[in-house]
Ligand binder design. Sequence first.
Ligand code: ZN
Length: 317
Amino acid sequence: MCSAHPPAAYRWTDEAADAPGGEDSASSGRRAATDESGRRRRLEYPPAPEPLPVPVVDNHTHLNFRDGLVEVSVKDALDAATAVGVDRAVQVGCDLPSSRFTVEALGADARLLGAVALHPNDAPRYAARGELEAAYAEIEQLAGHPRVRAIGETGLDYFRSKGDALAVQHESFRWHIDLAKRLGKTLQIHDRDAHDDVVRILAEEGAPERVVFHCFSGDEDLARTCNEHGWFMSFAGTFTFKNADSLRRAIAFAEPSRILVETDSPFLTPHPYRGRPNASYMVPYTVRSMAEVLDADLAELCTRLSANTEEAYGSWD
Ligand SMILES: [Zn+2]
């Protein structure tokens, strides 16, 4: 049975209390205390799930991003995840501060691999300040770290960015594709409302050998395209949302060797805790939902997800 409480490190106490609030952006490093419709969110971490029978990897998390009522260290976050069968993670940078954080965290905990990039919503901010070239140069230098295995998250976001920012997104996406190829790293793609252009630009540039669609949001057509090219589809908490029938249909078309699981924490908390803070220990909720939809044996699915993740990023050893 599920315990009624979050893991100890995530539990609110008077001593651990910390004022919530702030803006939802990589620069503030904190998830907003209101949701997209402006409603105040519940900031308690959800209960810990029942442990998985075989460990899996959270292949996309932002440990630098603050949320909830308590501050949790990288070690405590990974200990809490390990306790429920999520024994490794990929820490993802979105701008220079979070990419620097990523490289530092890699030195501190062997359960992490890393990804660094300028997020499609952040690249235009650097461009507006005339700092894009300098930011590219630093990302390239950070990406040389042997445990940085992916360039990401990069891609296109037509939901948040409009107008002039889109030209910068396109240029930045092309630059990151080229970087992944030059350094032999995996490409981790952020694709929000932009499937066709993401696929078109990958074709125009020539995709790197390994490509991951982080927080896969496509339908069966995109799943078929990913199969054709051997691209990985990483499912997040969105898979469990009530309105996600098209995602649940899409996974049936995905090659089993191409599926991954992630949290994108602290965002995209799985059902029934949508809107509350997310963390890597929440992966089992999504994996169980995947097993149910696929009518798969849970242990076999976990073994498969773990092997797929090592194919996507290499070994953690
Ligand atoms: Zn992310």
